[in-house]
Design a protein around this ligand. Structure first.
Ligand code: GLN
Length: 478
């Protein structure tokens, strides 16, 4: 059996009964048991439960009842609540938290017969770009174990890249699906804000957070998207009045925007891979138009101010009273809050909560948050204007290939890793990162950014790209 098969291929194997769900799941469980000590993608897997679910899927198939994902292994990033399972956000503070309910997305996937395969490792509370801040230890990139998988959905991206599961969920607040997808050579899809429910996805920065997927192909991302989407009355920002005519229609060929200025300070090998993708898309009949995009560093400042401010408010609930771990040493309620949070949160989370609280508490009318919101509006306006002229935008996903675990980037360098991805979140746009080449044996991805509700459109372009190229078929030697 080939562990690198797509969701579609595995579905066919199951449907034609060439393999049972139990055999398939056992195969992937064995693979995880054999190799995940090296990569540390999973923070929990319960083989007995997986096999019981798989036997259930086989039984319903025999009765002729088939969910669209019946028997397919799906892993969830550890910030998605799964009923009865530990949901730690890879934080010391939530090490003991067992979720009493399912996130809507988790529910939608299991309704279609997807087998819950376990929780994947991530940066603590999804704050990060390297997957080095997890309380369960760092994830290693299956392409090169001395390198990071990217973050914060690094466990999910690495699990798909390593052939542990065909699909994993992720969350993308500022690039956390697309950047690890680029580092691990998989397809990372972040839909339009509001098209997938955030209910049960532990909040980092609510106006930016978006669930999505890591898969092998754009076709698999589209399948998952159809299953996961839908209005959720439990999420006030979930698209309430969604109707199919809001969808940007899929057409072909397209006018694609290309911001050459983004490539200025990139390594020439990476530039060559991105230009190669442009040529592929041209060969497919699309036209390119040079465009200017918003200053990436300004967008980055806006993102870090808004996301830290929202995090400082969202994470205030972790006080030792209601969730997770409570300090053992406190002689007053104030001390209990302080000690729980001091002992529970790691350094990166503390840094952001301190910064966010500061941004929110300065009195001057021209304070940080207002300025950041103004910048956010400007980025939004620029993209609105851009999408009057072009159908989609092609941009790098990340400025480098996976860096080494021991490279120790400082915070600012780490934050600058996100400069190509955060503008998309500031505007709530859909974007997908697809593999576009290898540089010194390491994968690199390119991003297709769409207008609001252009989810199907960018997935269609990505699908055509993958029909023409084989970068997504390369696999690490694990
Ligand atoms: N790397 C970004 C950050 O650290 C994005 C995180 C995310 O998308 N969850 O904030």
């Amino acid at each position: 059996m080939d562990p690198y098969q797509t969701l579609e291929q595995l579905r066919q194997l199951l449907e034609s009964k060439q393999i049972s769900a139990e055999e398939l799941c056992r195969y992937f469980l064995d693979r995880i048991a054999q190799f995940d000590q090296q990569t540390n993608c999973f923070v929990s897997v319960e083989p007995e439960q997986v096999l019981a679910e798989a036997r259930g899927a086989d039984k319903t198939r025999d009765q002729g009842i088939n969910g669209q994902l019946s028997g397919i292994p799906v892993a969830h990033k550890d910030n998605f609540c799964v009923r009865g399972q530990r949901t730690s956000c890879c934080s010391n503070l939530l090490r003991t938290f067992i979720s009493p309910y399912d996130a809507t997305i988790v529910k939608n996937i299991s309704k279609e017969g997807g087998i819950y395969f376990g929780k994947t490792n991530m940066d603590e509370f999804a704050m990060g770009t390297s997957n080095q801040t997890s309380t369960w230890g760092p994830v290693r990139n299956p392409w090169d174990l001395s390198r990071v998988p990217g973050g914060s959905s690094g466990g999910s991206a690495a699990a798909v890249a390593a052939g542990f599961v065909p699909v994993a969920t992720g969350s993308d607040t500022g690039g956390s699906i697309r950047q690890p997808a680029s580092f691990c050579g998989v397809t990372g899809f972040k839909p339009t804000y509001g098209r997938l429910s955030r209910y049960g996805m532990i909040a980092f920065a609510s106006s930016l957070d978006q669930a999505g997927t890591l898969t092998r192909t754009a076709q698999d991302a589209a399948t998952m998207f159809r299953i996961m989407q839908g209005h959720d009355p439990r999420d006030a920002t979930s698209e309430a009045s969604w109707s199919d005519d809001k969808r940007v229609s899929v057409k072909h060929p397209l006018t694609i925007g290309y911001a050459a200025s983004l490539l200025n300070d990139l390594d020439s090998e990476i530039v060559a891979r991105i230009e190669g993708s442009r040529e592929t898309l041209e060969r497919l009949g699309n036209k390119f138009k040079d465009v200017e995009v918003f200053d990436q560093d300004l967008a980055l400042s806006s993102y870090y101010i808004i996301s830290c401010a929202e995090a400082s408010s969202n994470l205030a609930r972790f006080d030792g009273i209601r969730y997770g771990t409570r300090t053992k040493s406190a002689s007053s309620i104030q001390e209990l809050y302080e000690n729980t949070r001091s002992q529970g949160f790691g350094d990166e989370v503390k840094r952001r909560l301190l910064a966010g609280t500061y941004f929110l508490s300065t009195n001057s009318p021209e304070n940080y948050v207002q300025k950041a919101q103004k910048l956010r509006r400007m980025v939004y306006a620029l993209y609105q204007e851009l999408f009057q002229k072009v159908d989609v935008v092609l941009a790098p996903s990340a400025p480098s290939t996976a860096f080494r675990l021991d490279e120790q980037l400082d915070s600012t360098d780490m934050y600058r890793q996100d400069r190509f991805t955060v503008p998309v979140n500031l505007c709530g746009l859909p974007a997908v990162s697809i593999p576009c080449g290898l540089v010194n044996g390491l994968p690199i991805g390119v991003q297709l950014i769409g207008p609001q509700y252009g989810d199907e459109l960018i997935l269609d372009v990505a699908y055509r790209f993958q029909s023409e190229t084989s970068w997504h078929l390369h696999r690490p030697k694990l």
